[in-house]
Design a protein around this ligand. Structure first.
Ligand SMILES: [Zn+2]
Length: 365
């Protein structure tokens, strides 16, 4: 079943049209070709514990974890600090800069349908956790720490699986049990990155491993999953159990964008796996290539990109109207070599220029 789901993702992504509208025919820029490069994060995750089917039907139930109460002041004084039962960020870095949430728990019980806790599309059918997606493999190689989201002790661990396959058969994971019997599983970890052992006690925020790409994972990300003591799936966002502020992205936004050389091999690969090198200077002989990665694109959303010439004139590079909602999408377009001068390029959704991405580059002789 997991592999069938995997096969579905590219097909869905491909339905997003690569239509382009040119509105400045007087411009000397001639887009010669455009190509879609779209990536949805593949479904995940062999589970070390409860089955997906049994858990998903219970995903919408209110599951608030009980916090043990200390009855003795002496016990409280010498025990670990009382737990608030909340979950802190399970990885290092800054949200929307170093990583994004690409998928939440699926709350829809119907087959082939999915809805996140906010009635949005940032999930896929049967997804049982929250996915924190890195920018690319290079960032994974630099090392992004997985942090204990809540205090507890390590009850299960595996770290020998390869972490660079597109879809691997084994996933590295760490499972932490909390004081109330609930468990959190950190999936797809980098190979041999565990900093804890089974039986270890962990504190909130303690680095326990590195984010990886092992198991049923196409792009480097952390799948973070919480279950109650009796195995019921808990969506920490739906249940208000997050100790951090992560506002749901109500609008689509451009996570990353850049100007690169068409000859950069990353351009022709998966942009959520390999990020092209962004350049600020290009020779006249090069074909400037514009790319972006965007998040939370709904079917009604329209992405535009405008190129501004040295003389201030503008040309619309492309307009994309999504035909289908998708959690993450990437795309690129290249144009013929440009005359010498300074240029800028803008990417924005739905004419919301206040939330645009903006880059400048120079064409040199
Ligand atoms: Zn996941």
């Amino acid at each position: 079943m997991l592999f069938l789901l995997t096969a579905c993702i590219p097909a869905q992504s491909a339905s997003i049209p690569a239509s382009s509208t040119r509105i400045a025919p007087t411009s000397i820029v001639t887009p010669t070709k455009q190509t879609t490069r779209e990536t949805a994060v593949p479904p995940t995750h062999p589970k070390p514990t409860a089955t997906l089917e049994s858990s998903q039907s219970e995903a919408q139930q209110l599951v608030r974890t009980a916090v043990p109460q200390h009855t003795s002041a002496l016990v409280a004084r010498f025990n670990f600090p009382a737990e608030d039962g909340l979950y802190h960020l399970p990885l290092a870095g800054e949200m929307n800069v170093d990583w994004i949430i690409s998928n939440y728990v699926d709350h829809d019980r119907e087959a082939y349908q999915s809805t996140d806790y906010n009635h949005g599309n940032l999930t896929y059918d049967g997804h049982t956790g929250t996915d924190f997606l890195l920018r690319d493999l290079a960032q994974m190689d630099e090392g992004v720490s997985v942090l204990a989201a809540r205090a507890g002790h390590v009850i299960d661990l595996y770290e020998s699986a390869n972490d660079r396959e597109w879809i691997g058969t084994e996933s590295n994971f760490i499972t932490v049990e909390h004081a109330d019997g609930s468990v959190a599983t950190y999936q797809h970890l980098r190979q041999h990155s565990a900093e804890v052992a089974i039986g270890d006690r962990v504190k909130v925020g303690q680095p326990i491993a590195l984010v990886g790409n092992s198991g049923n994972s196409g792009n480097p990300h952390l799948h973070f999953e919480v279950r109650s003591a009796n195995g019921r799936l808990i969506d920490i966002f739906h249940e208000g159990l997050t100790a951090f502020n992560y506002p749901y992205p109500a609008k689509p936004y451009v996570f990353q964008a850049g100007v690169s050389r068409l000859s950069d091999p990353a351009i022709h690969n998966d942009l959520f796996r390999y990020t092209p090198e962004t350049v600020t200077r290009l020779p006249m002989t090069a074909s400037p290539t514009f790319w972006y990665k965007a998040v939370n694109v709904q079917s009604k959303d329209r992405l535009r990109s405008i190129l501004v010439y040295p003389d201030g004139s503008e040309e619309e590079l492309f307009t994309l109207q999504a035909s289908q909602s998708t959690s993450v999408i990437s795309w690129y377009i290249y144009v013929n070599p440009l005359p010498v001068g300074w240029y800028s390029v803008w990417y924005f959704f739905n004419d919301d220029t206040a939330n645009s991405k903006h880059l400048s580059f120079q064409v040199v002789p």
